[in-house]
Structure formats: structure tokens, C-alpha cells
Design a protein around this ligand. Sequence first.
Ligand code: GLU
Length: 397
Amino acid sequence: MQLSDRIANLKESATLAMAAKAREFKSKGIDVIGLSLGEPDFKTPKHIQEGAKKAIDSEKYFSYPPVPGYQDLREAIAEKLRKENNISCGPEHIVVSNGAKQSIANVMFALLNPGDEVIVYSPYWVSYTAIIELTGAVPVFIKGGIESDFKATASQLEEAITPKTKSVIYSSPCNPTGSVFTPDELEAIAEVIRRHENIMVIADEIYELINYTDDKVSLASLPGMFERTVTVNGFAKGFAMTGWRVGYIAAPLWLAKGCTKMQGQITSANCSIAQRAALTALTSDLGPSYEMAEAYLKRRELVAGLLNQIPGIKNNMPQGAFYFFPDVSHYFGKGDGETVINDADDFCMYILEHAHVSLVSGEAFGDPDCVRLSYAASEDDLKEAIRRIKGLLEKLS
Ligand code: GLU
């Protein structure tokens, strides 16, 4: 028996694969510091946990929820988007899913035909391309290098557009680079998109609450852009709720309906109790989220300083999310006499095996000179991890 070609050809998620490898090392008793998975090391705030407990105790939420999510949650999300993001939407535009990853998959399957092109801002989050390819569409990359803060320009976007272009996707704050589009850069994207009436932009704003800049603009809030944009967001990162799996989109009605149809056939709605927890998160004080963001900012400073002390490593200064994406190509071709590091994949394996720190190769994110380091870890772990990496790299020649 054989897997379908579709699944046989599907790449494993590099972030999850590296996290699994780190777990495997740990299960053998090796003291691995996991900086591969983009996962808050904080617990879900207590009041959100209480919201879920209350929902269970009320015995009101044990049946199938409506496919696009509970009406009160969709209303609360729409209100948040209107008030905080200036996106004029109502509950009918919102579809709640099992994490932002499923939201993105719903959109891609609802939107793309085989052969359609999707312009992907690169470096990009690993699963964008895998999902695009699953639909039979083709990713077309526009790349921003480290010298331009990893941000491709609006002229690159314009040049990449062909009659087959159906969509464009980016994340801001960006996973894996931490870059944040400025309002001017977003306006420049909007200008290009307004000239091409058949293109939908997928704006992934999952790291919205971890943004160290004052630039908190949503593309969908710009004139004429709500009809041309799917805003993706969720609760995993900003509320430390990765395991609860609650993501959502705000999209024009026709596309929200398409996503609901897709979700109705694949998963129905997402977990009722998780949705009630999400509603608590959204309608309560955001203090804990801001505190977590402050802690990430402190760690960013710490990691920036420590990386700076490793010869040959170059990085941008991330403006949001919780990743560094350093260029480690200085070490390619170097070795310890036994093993030679040829590329970012080798680099990550070498660091995992000898320094017991897990990172993710930039190959999976579209930049083979880089590796991704998640600083959603304690300050002690970050210090120790970088101490180990530095010590190991010093021995290479
Ligand atoms: N989004 C996180 C990351 O990039 C979680 C893992 C995943 O779903 O890829 O590490």
C-alpha cells in the first residue's frame, strides 16, 4: 500500500520536525534547550483557564458549535477588529478555526485552483508553501535579504504579478525574521493590489500582540483593502494558548462563506471549550499579554547582545514576534576535523548534536544562509544555549 502522491510529496513541517527531534534527544536524557518551536514558554493566563473551566461546569458547551464559531465569539472578534485594527467587519466576516494554520489552509483551499500563483514574501513561514502546494497552486517568491531587514519591496511585488497571480501572503510581524511592515510599506503594497483586481492578500497578523514598534497597522484597514484582504489572527502567540488551537480570519463575505464550507467538510467547528476560553481572552484585560510582550522584548535585547559576541554571525534586529533569524553562512565549509558544516541544515544538526540546542534551518523558511532561533524561552535557557553555541563554534576551523 502507498500514500497518495499528494501526501508522499508533502514536506514535513520543519518546525515541528525539529521540535520532535529535540524531544527525542530529551527522552534519551540529553539536556536539550529547545529554541526551535515558536511557542510561548508562559502558561495560559489564569483568567482564561477559568473561562474554560466555567464553560465546562455550565454544561452548556458539549454539543457541536456552529461551523464558523460561536456567534458571541465572532461578534467579539469583529468588535476587536473594528476598534483596534480599524477593519470594518461584522461577525459574518469571521471564521474561527483550529489555529491560524487551519485558517490559512481554509483560505488557500477556498481560493486557489491548480496552476494559480501565490506570491510569497520570503523569508516565509514554512507551512505557507506546503499548503499552497497541496492545493496544486504554485508559490512564487519575492525575497528580502538581511540588508533590507528581510523585507521585499512593493516593486518586487509588482514585478512578480502575472495573469495567474491569485493571492499574496506575508506575515507581519514576520515569522521567521521578526520584521514588521511600516504603514508606508503597507500602503505601497495596497497601491499595487488596488491596481490588480483579481488578487487577494492574506495578511498573517498572528504576532500582532508581540510588536515592539508603534506601527500597528492592518492592511485591511487601508482604503478599499477590506475586500482585497484576508486578515489571519489567533490566540496562540499573544495569549500563550498554542495548545488550545483557536485561530480566525476576517474576510469578505464570499470568502468567509467558502472557508466555512471547507471547514464544515473537514473538521466542523473547533473545540467548544477552547472557543469559550478565547472569548474570555478577548473580553478581559490584556494586561497579561502586554506583560508577556515586555518579557519578550527584554529577551530580544539579551539575545541580540549575546549573538553579537559570536564572530561571523549577522542578524537584523527583529521588531516583533519572538525569533532571531541570523545568517550563519560564515561557518559553512568549516568543521571540527570529523564533521564539516556545509549548509544551514548541517549547522542545526551539528548544534543539536554537540551543543544540545535545537534551532530550525533557514532552508525551510526560504533563506538557506540563516537559522531560526526562538527566544520564547527563559533568560537562563537563552544564556546557556548561546554560551554553548558560541563555545562550539569557536572550535571550528
Ligand atoms: N508557528 C510556530 C512556529 O513557527 C509553531 C509551529 C508550527 O506550527 O509551525 O514554530
